[in-house]
Design a protein around this ligand. Sequence first.
Ligand SMILES: Cc1cc2nc3c(=O)[nH]c(=O)nc-3n(C[C@H](O)[C@H](O)[C@H](O)COP(=O)(O)O)c2cc1C
Length: 259
Amino acid sequence: MQRSASYTVLFAAVVCLVCAVLVSASAVSLRERQNENYYLDKQRNVLIAAGLATDHEKLTPEDIQSRFAPITSVVVDLATGEEQSDVDPQTFDQRKNSLDPKTSRSPGKNPAGIQRVPNQALVYRLEDDDEFGLLILPIEGKGLWSTLYGFIALDADLETIKGITFYEHKETPGLGGEIDNPKWKALWAGRRAFGEDNEPRITVIRGRAGPPSEDPYRVDGLAGATMTSRGVGRLVRFWLGDNGFGAYLDRLRKSKVKG
Ligand SMILES: Cc1cc2nc3c(=O)[nH]c(=O)nc-3n(C[C@H](O)[C@H](O)[C@H](O)COP(=O)(O)O)c2cc1C
């Protein structure tokens, strides 16, 4: 049967409309679940950085929540280093704040190439019998192709690195993407983040570093991924320094000395 041209156009338009409605409806209905999964994945990565979970473990949402229970989330003012008890960590959106000129600032030219720093940041603390145990800090910055988002955990001495992990990036699998390789991440544990003057000193070198006891400030670079490796070193030093968590770390160091 011969159909008119207008029938064909109308038919195509109806099919397009139905598909558009289906896609929009599924996007809207899945958004909440996507947000939940994103949040859980971030929590899982905090646990990995803290050594409370491994990359290979299959964790249910309940596992993640129960392991996360001893961890306190705190919003910190980066300029003063003060903890902000009036800001709810649950609703605090650091990434959004970093983009808003009212809630962020320019750190000026820096080796990590970071353009905006939020005025406040969300950190995680693990306390052992009321004793400060671990500090887990969010870190982010440029690799080769993308912005890397992750966490670095410092031991109770606020000097020794406990772990590092990245939960979001678009580096090349097998090259820069090896920042996700548990073997590479394990090379960070036990190394020292700061020099004598409390300035960030940890570096990712080209080639291989020695063991932490002999070569505490250097981590192996990733083969074939010099740019990503360099980016990781720079972003870690940025966030541990004056433009990042420097003031907060100083405050914690002083409160530890006071006891
Ligand atoms: C398709 C492709 C993807 C690449 N991905 C990365 C990457 O994710 N991270 C990185 O540092 N270098 C990556 N590189 C390599 C760099 O472009 C560059 O060649 C390299 O950093 C220099 O070599 P080296 O890292 O062995 O010193 C990639 C190269 C190609 C061709």
